[in-house]
Design a protein around this ligand. Structure first.
Ligand SMILES: NC(=O)c1ccc[n+]([C@@H]2O[C@H](COP(=O)([O-])OP(=O)(O)OC[C@H]3O[C@@H](n4cnc5c(N)ncnc54)[C@H](OP(=O)(O)O)[C@@H]3O)[C@@H](O)[C@H]2O)c1
Length: 230
């Protein structure tokens, strides 16, 4: 397939691109800093700002599907990247007759997401940290999900839990809406997206994905996901 990966220079986008190429897909990798991606057979890098109207037209022409891993750094600043970027992708796809789009959102978008056996997370970290620190991003993810639901595309919103890096794909779990778990490795998120784009099991719906076979150490997570990215 010809897949367009939005946010291809981010940690998820890079894993998604690597796995897609390894599976034999052609990838058009889009980001503002797309020139930092190493050249490989099957890869076309396109530097574009997804928030600029019309900026994604050249990238999506001839695509079979668009996979968005667009994201912002955690902050309390207003966020519009998810809704604006995906709206621009939807408009470009409509102009080029591309119908399938997968967009990374978050398990937090499911108000009923309460991972089993995670008392501290469910009663302290999620309500008082997760939903406060990244509130503006989650609000914009909600706008993104709403615009997809109101449109005519064949979309799937993919909702991971807390992201971490792990070198290999594990026996991840998926579920409609959100999945039961606190963490999702980027390798599992990418694998679930590539499987979904082929199998189309969650058309016009949200799909949760979680990693259950391994979990990150708390200090490593803090160092890599919060301190390194500030
Ligand atoms: N961290 C978590 O625990 C967690 C949990 C649930 C969901 N998520 C979501 O998972 C997704 C992936 O997260 P991640 O941490 O792996 O990646 P990330 O660091 O959020 O990656 C951001 C990507 O978006 C691109 N981007 C940002 N603004 C852009 C613009 N205006 N135009 C084009 N590209 C733009 C960046 O590339 P350039 O800078 O090169 O443009 C980069 O490739 C995000 O949507 C995130 O919100 C994260």
């Amino acid at each position: 397939m010809h897949l367009v990966v939005l946010g291809a220079t981010g940690p998820t986008g890079r894993v998604l691109t690597d796995q897609a190429l390894a599976a034999g897909h052609h990838v058009t990798a889009v980001a503002r800093r797309a020139d930092t991606l190493p050249a490989r057979p099957g890869l076309t890098a396109v530097a574009a700002d997804a928030t600029r109207e019309g900026a994604l037209d050249a990238a999506v022409a001839d695509a079979d599907a668009v996979l968005s891993a667009l994201g912002v750094r955690p902050s309390r600043a207003p966020v519009s990247l998810y809704s604006t970027g995906v709206a621009n992708a939807v408009a470009a796809m409509a102009r080029h007759g591309v119908k399938r789009l997968l967009a990374v959102s978050s398990a937090v978008l499911d108000p009923d997401w309460r991972p089993s056996g995670e008392f501290l997370f469910n009663h302290v970290l999620d309500p008082y940290v997760n939903r406060v620190v990244a509130r503006t991003a989650h609000e914009d993810m909600r706008r993104m999900e709403a615009l997809l639901a109101a449109g005519a595309l064949d979309w799937t919103v993919v909702r991971p839990a807390g992201l971490f890096d792990h070198p290999a794909v594990t026996a991840y779990r998926t579920a409609s809406g959100s999945a039961d778990g606190v963490y999702t490795s980027r390798a599992d998120l990418a694998a679930a997206m590539l499987r979904e784009v082929v199998e189309n099991a969650h058309p016009r719906a949200a799909m949760g994905v979680v990693t259950v076979d391994t979990r990150p150490g708390f200090l490593k997570l803090l160092r890599e996901e919060v301190l390194r990215r500030r």
